[in-house]
Design a protein around this ligand. Structure first.
Ligand SMILES: *Cc1c(COP(=O)(O)O)cnc(C)c1O
Length: 218
């Protein structure tokens, strides 16, 4: 019997074969927010190691124990991060994908120095320029990138976006691809359960999949 993960990995590979990708590798992130350790364990047993969480508190409750049994787990923060939780986030996570404002860049850099733990960050870009959504506006990206890397010394490895729910995602993926190319960044975190195949066609290197792996969230 094939698992949802097997199906998704097969679809990822089929999409990669179908489109002539410059960067041929895509990582599948399992977005485990709201899922219990009992829900997560079968995926670990299947070999899944890259996970995403959107809340520091929830991640702190679930992951330290799971990491004891599976030390090669890689946990990424993908949700809004308060600056006063930057320290806890640097301790818990292996990467921050939701770097979305100057104050947070400063707080993360200070905590990384303090803890001697320098983890990669992705800049979240608000490609749809939605007022209620986090992320750097496209026109501010270059300045923010320079500040994050030069002033704060952060290791920015890529860009991340969450397209507006009611729009076709493809133009947003294409836009993020273009922005990443301009900054010569290797990683593009884009694509979720409903659109990860489209995202791969536009150069995604990390698809963040929740419901298609776990079923409906609690
Ligand atoms: C919840 C979430 C996902 C996963 O969404 P699904 O539609 O369940 O695959 C991906 N990225 C972010 C930032 C999320 O918060």
């Amino acid at each position: 019997m094939t698992s949802p993960r097997d199906d998704i990995l097969a679809k990822i590979n089929a999409t990669l074969t179908d489109c002539d990708r410059e960067t041929p590798s895509v990582r599948l992130m399992a977005v485990s927010k709201t899922q219990s350790p009992a829900d997560i364990l079968p995926l670990l047993q299947e070999g899944q190691r890259l996970f995403g969480e959107n809340r520091v508190q929830e991640a702190a409750e679930k992951w330290p124990d799971l990491k004891k049994d599976y030390p090669d787990i890689e946990l990424h923060m993908i949700g809004h991060l308060q600056s006063n939780k930057a320290g806890e986030a640097v301790t818990l996570f292996d990467a921050i994908q939701s770097l979305d404002r100057p104050k947070l860049a400063k707080a993360l850099a200070a905590e990384m120095t303090k803890q001697g733990k320098h983890i990669p960050c992705f800049i979240q870009v608000n490609t749809g320029e939605e007022p209620q959504k986090g992320g750097i506006l496209p026109q501010d990206l270059k300045t923010f990138y320079t500040e994050a890397t030069q002033t704060h010394g952060l290791n920015i490895t890529g860009l991340m976006c969450i397209p507006p729910a009611e729009e076709h995602p493809a133009p947003h993926f294409a836009f993020l691809h273009k922005l990443g190319k301009e900054l010569e960044l290797e990683e593009l975190s884009m694509g979720m359960s409903g659109d990860y195949e489209t995202a791969i066609r536009y150069g995604s290197t990390c698809v963040r999949v929740g419901t298609a792996l776990f079923g409906t969230r609690k």
